[in-house]
Structure formats: structure tokens, C-alpha cells
Design a protein around this ligand. Structure first.
Ligand SMILES: *[C@@H]1O[C@H](CO)[C@@H](O)[C@H](O)[C@H]1NC(C)=O
Ligand SMILES: *[C@@H]1O[C@H](CO)[C@@H](O)[C@H](O)[C@H]1NC(C)=O
Ligand SMILES: *[C@@H]1O[C@H](CO)[C@@H](O)[C@H](O)[C@H]1NC(C)=O
Length: 416
């Protein structure tokens, strides 16, 4: 079939294969990035007279950067403070064409804010858009990509989120990689978050994962999250349904992104908050909170700062978990994690109830059913309460658990 005439084609295929295996090599996001971002909670509030504590302004980001440290979030790994949309003047500078931060809300410019964030030991993230405008209508990068990449570097930006409003999706396959190359050529390491696949999935197109992996550290796969349990579950369903195409492409330096953590806002109960945190840990998702850190209740802060759940999220293997099965409206999600013992993974396993009938629902699985077949078995602990040790289980053992409606039970199965 492959005659001599096809040698160039074979070579091309081989080069593509070799090339396709490589990932973005900027040394960043080797674990899913953790931090805080303004969008979900603060949207495009720009009236600082009416909403002085909520408007997108230097003050908002200074205040939350300080809280990340003083409230203990930095100690457990939250690091990036990211300005989302609505930080810009409506026009570029008329002489230089440079982007201009809103003169009233960021009166001292962004370097002063970056310095403050860096002085706190944190990192500085900034939003822009690939198109002619940002989603909220401020100037986008499309005709000034090199200038804007350079400007970001001069503002000491450490993380760039590039949205995709007001752009043609067909231009993104070249445009997003190009902006990534321009970021690289500034010489300043910047995490690169791409929204490109979210716009492709809107059109029913399959994302170009090989290219995403080569050019982006993380990418938004689907819709924006809203402040509701329904929104969280829709995202979880999207990740479950599309896991076979998405999951293989996650790994150190390149992550699928189901969007922000909404814990600490209005939409989730205590137990639903645990559910988002547990599944984001299974998915190796970036843990980017969007909330008012001054308003987060202690019990929700406890979930956001749960070191054992965060350790699952940040596990060094960087393998994204999957929905393993569904039984009686209980979903089982499973992620391979360290320690690896004699070649066998340990696992984080989340039992998610989609049931709404009142009583906590008892369910039982053999470990074999959960494909947990390590010869020596596993010692099992409750990830939300590691002192709760459930004992040792082997492939034939029955594992019983009881889950409240719309709740999650989250366990660590450590291979023995
Ligand atoms: C720049 O030009 C725009 C459009 O011509 C105008 O509306 C704006 O006021 C100018 N900005 C400055 C700072 O001169
Ligand atoms: C998208 O493509 C159309 C047709 O080529 C063009 O008219 C339009 O200006 C493009 N829009 C953007 C935002 O680039
Ligand atoms: C730019 O890309 C090269 C090659 O992939 C990489 O070695 C380098 O670390 C990158 N630099 C920055 C600043 O991202």
C-alpha cells in the first residue's frame, strides 16, 4: 500500500506523531494552578461609588491578595491572583496603541498592583481576549498581539487567560498558538490559559488537543460556570460524557479546565461545596476560587483548605480521573494517585449521589467492581476526615457507603 511515492507522506506522519507528543515547555503549571479570579463573583461591576468593595479595581485585588495570605489560603497552595474582564479603558492609548488599565479603578497602573501581589509571595494573572473585543466589550488583542504580549511582560504578569469573544473560531487554530509564541518570545514565563476549545465545543467541533497541549498550559473546555449547583453538575456531566476524548490530554503542564470554584458564594450548600471540591480534585482541575474571601464562612473555608483533598488535586502523577460507572443513580469517579506500590496505583474515589429521595442512600460495591484489584488490597480513609479510617479492603471485599442526596463521599484507597 505504501509505495516509494508515499515516503514523504510517511515522513510527514512520523514528524507529526513526534511533534504531537510534545507539550508546552515553559516549565509552568506542572500541577494544576491554584488561585483566585474575579469573574464568577464580581463579573463586570465597574461602579466603585455604588459598590466600593466589589468593583473591579486595584482595591479589590489588593484586598483579596492580602486575604489569601492572612486567611491561610497561600499556606495550602493558592497562588495566582487573576484579574478577569473589565479592567481596561475602552480605548487603547492613542499614540502608542498600548492597552490602558481603567484610569479611575487602577489609577496607579498595574505594576503597582503586581508589586503588591508579588510582595505577598503570590503571582499575578491578567485576562485578555483573542478577538477584536473582550467579552464585556473592551479592546481585544487581535490586531496588536506582539505589542500586548510585550505589555503583559512589562506589567510583570505571570498568568494570562485569553478568552475568545468577538473572534472567528476558524482563526483560533493559528491565533492562539501565535499569541503563545509571542508570550514565549518576551522571555517572561507566563502560564497560558486558552479558551479556544470552549468556543469550538459551542459549535460542536472537537478541540485540537495536540495543539492545545503544545501551546497552552490549561484550557477551558466548555461553558462558564454560574453560581448554582445545576451549573456545577452540568459541567461535571460534560466532563463525564466527553472523558474519553479529554482525559488522555491532561498532565503536568497541560490541563483541562472545568472553570472556577464557586465555593463561598450564594449557590452551593455545605455538602454541595464538598462535591465541587471533590470532583475538581478527581479531574485534576485548576483550583481557581471566585468568591469574596472576606465573606467565606469558616466551614466552607475548611473545605477550600482541606489539605488532603488538595493533595489529590495536586498529585504528582497528574493523571486526570474519570467517571467509572453509574449504579442506582450513584456515580463513581476515580483518579489514580500516589503512592504507587509495586506498580499498583492508589486511588481517590468519589461516590456522587444524583438521587433526590430524602434519606441517605446505602450502596455497596465489591472492590473488583471498582477495578480496585491490588493483591494486597488497600487501606481506606475518608478524604474529608482522614482520622476516619475504614480499614483494609481487598478485591473481593464489599465496600459499603451511604450518601446523602446530591452529596459526595470521598475516599482515599492507598495501595498496600
Ligand atoms: C482616543 O481616541 C478616541 C477615539 O477617537 C477618543 O474617544 C478618546 O477620547 C481618545 N483618548 C485619549 C486619551 O485621547
Ligand atoms: C470573521 O470573518 C468574517 C468573514 O471572513 C469577517 O468579515 C469578520 O470581520 C471576521 N471577524 C473577526 C472578529 O475577525
Ligand atoms: C520558550 O520556549 C522554549 C522552547 O519550548 C522553552 O525552552 C522556554 O523555556 C520558553 N520560555 C518561556 C519564557 O516561556
Amino acid at each position: 500500500m505504501f509505495g516509494i511515492r508515499n515516503v514523504p507522506l510517511l515522513l510527514l506522519l512520523l514528524i507529526q506523531l513526534l511533534h504531537g507528543g510534545s507539550a508546552l515547555d515553559n516549565g509552568l503549571a506542572l500541577k494544576p494552578p491554584m488561585g483566585w479570579m474575579s469573574w464568577q463573583r464580581f463579573r463586570c461591576i465597574t461602579d466603585c461609588e455604588l459598590y466600593p468593595d466589589e468593583c473591579i479595581s486595584e482595591k479589590l485585588f489588593r484586598r483579596n491578595a492580602d486575604l489569601i495570605v492572612s486567611e491561610g489560603y497561600a499556606d495550602v497552595g493558592y497562588e495566582y491572583v487573576i484579574i478577569d474582564d473589565c479592567w481596561l479603558e475602552k480605548n487603547r492609548d492613542n499614540k502608542t496603541n498600548k492597552l490602558v488599565p481603567d484610569r479611575k479603578r487602577f489609577p496607579r497602573g498595574l505594576n503597582v498592583l503586581a508589586d503588591h501581589i508579588h510582595a505577598n509571595g503570590l503571582k499575578f494573572g491578567l485576562y485578555q481576549d483573542f478577538g477584536t473585543k473582550t467579552c464585556a466589550g473592551y479592546p481585544g488583542v487581535i490586531n496588536h498581539m506582539a505589542l500586548d504580549a510585550e505589555t503583559f511582560a512589562n506589567w510583570d504578569v505571570d498568568y494570562v487567560k485569553l478568552d475568545g469573544c468577538y473572534a472567528n473560531v476558524s482563526d483560533m487554530a493559528t491565533g492562539y498558538p501565535e499569541f503563545g509564541r509571542l508570550l514565549n518570545s518576551t522571555g517572561r514565563p507566563m502560564v497560558y490559559s486558552c479558551s479556544w476549545p470552549a468556543y469550538q465545543s459551542e459549535l460542536g467541533e472537537l478541540p485540537e488537543f495536540e495543539s492545545l497541549k503544545q501551546h497552552c498550559n490549561l484550557w477551558r473546555n466548555w461553558d462558564d460556570i454560574d453560581d448554582s449547583f445545576e451549573s456545577v453538575m452540568q459541567i461535571i456531566d460534560y466532563f463525564g460524557k466527553n472523558q474519553d476524548s479529554m482525559q488522555p490530554h491532561a498532565g503536568p503542564g497541560h490541563w483541562n479546565d472545568p472553570d472556577m470554584l464557586i465555593l463561598g458564594n450564594y449557590g452551593l450548600s455545605y455538602d454541595q461545596s464538598k462535591l465541587q471540591m471533590a470532583i475538581w480534585a478527581v479531574l485534576a482541575a485548576p483550583l481557581i476560587m471566585s468568591n469574596d474571601l472576606a465573606q467565606v464562612r469558616p466551614e466552607i473555608k475548611g473545605i477550600l483548605q482541606n489539605r488532603d483533598v488538595i493533595a489529590v488535586n495536586q498529585d504528582s502523577l497528574g493523571i486526570q480521573g474519570k467517571r467509572l460507572l453509574m449504579k442506582q443513580n450513584i456515580e463513581v469517579w476515580r483518579r489514580p494517585i500516589t503512592p504507587k506500590v509495586k506498580g499498583e496505583y492508589s486511588y481517590a474515589v468519589a461516590f456522587v449521589s444524583r438521587r433526590t429521595d430524602g434519606a441517605p442512600y446505602p450502596i455497596s460495591f465489591t472492590l473488583k467492581e471498582l477495578s480496585l484489584i491490588n493483591d494486597n488490597g488497600y487501606v481506606v480513609q475518608d478524604l474529608f476526615d482522614m482520622n476516619n479510617k475504614l480499614g483494609v479492603f481487598r478485591a473481593e471485599s464489599q465496600f459499603k457507603t451511604r450518601i446523602i442526596p446530591n452529596g459526595v463521599n470521598f475516599y482515599k484507597f492507598t495501595a498496600l
